[in-house]
Every structure is written in C-alpha cells, then in structure tokens.
Design a binder for this molecule. Sequence first.
Ligand code: UDP
Ligand code: MG
Length: 162
Amino acid sequence: AFPYTGVAGTGNERSFIAIKPDGVQRGLIAEVISRFEKKGYKLVAMKMIWATEEMAANHYDDLKGRPFFPALVKYFASGPIVAMVWEGPDVIKTGRKILGATNPQAADVGTLRGDFCLTTGRNIIHGSDGPESAAHEIGMWFTEKECSAYSRSIDSWIVADN
Ligand code: UDP
Ligand code: MG
C-alpha cells in the first residue's frame, strides 16, 4: 500500500482538483470530469462540499499575504465546490496543463480556463501546483477511507511502461 495522498513520479501520483463555486453554478462539472477522465486519469475520490471561509483560508494558506486573499476566500466559500482526487502518471503537472494558466486571458484555447472563463477572479477550477501542495490538499479535504485505490480492467490499455 502507498500513502493515500499519492506518490509523485509514479503511476500512483495524485492531485487535488476542485471545481470552484462558479464552475458548479455554470454547469461545468461534467465538462471538467470528462476532460480528466478521457485523458485516462483515474478518479479516486469525489464529493460536493460547501467550504467555510476558514476552510478556504486554510486551503489557500500560502497566499495569505496577497491583496486578493480576502476576495479569494469569499469566492471559494461562496457556494458548493466539487472536490476530487485524480490519479495517474504526471497528473499534477499535466492536470495544471488541462486547467490552463491562472489568468484565463493567458490560458491557451483547449484548456478549461482558456475555453470556459474570462477573468482570474472567476477561473472555475483549482489544481495542486506540486507534490507538496497535492499531499497537503488531499490530506485536508479527504480522509484515507474516502480515497479508493482500485484497478480498472482498461488500465493496461492506458498505461504501459515501455
Ligand atoms: N487569484 C486572484 N487574483 C490574482 C491571483 C489569483 O483572484 O491576482 C485567485 C484565482 O482564483 C487563483 C487563486 O487565487 O486561481 C489561487 O492563485 P494561484 O496563484 O495559486 O493560481 P492557481 O494555482 O489557481 O492557478
Ligand atoms: Mg495555486
């Protein structure tokens, strides 16, 4: 067994991905899941949760000193989010590519932010930015029991180490 927060650099790398309140309100839940699912990544945990401002502030701990922090905390706690853990090779870095740049105006077309939003303050989705934040965020939002380690019969059609 491996730690439920994942093992970066292996096929069991895990990332915390959350559809923010605007993504939920705008009906983009299925679109987001679809992009990760079709890529081949494995969904190992998911729940809808309405974060308190305390939870939002803890989640964005590293941004505490920034001018936009109070607005960010209010935004993240403004409605339910869909919190997920996705697993697979390079899911942290590749997941960030699927999201696109933080500022949607700089995000490439074909990315979620490039295709579905307009401003940094309403950029629909969160993704862990590295192995340490992935471990912290998965540990904060999910328990070990909520994360299912399972195999899919199709796995050998998706991943091969050759
Ligand atoms: N954010 C903002 N204004 C800024 C920078 C960031 O409102 O100038 C918000 C935005 O929602 C962003 C979040 O704060 O997604 C976290 O910022 P970070 O730099 O970690 O970007 P991310 O990792 O989400 O791409
Ligand atoms: Mg970030």
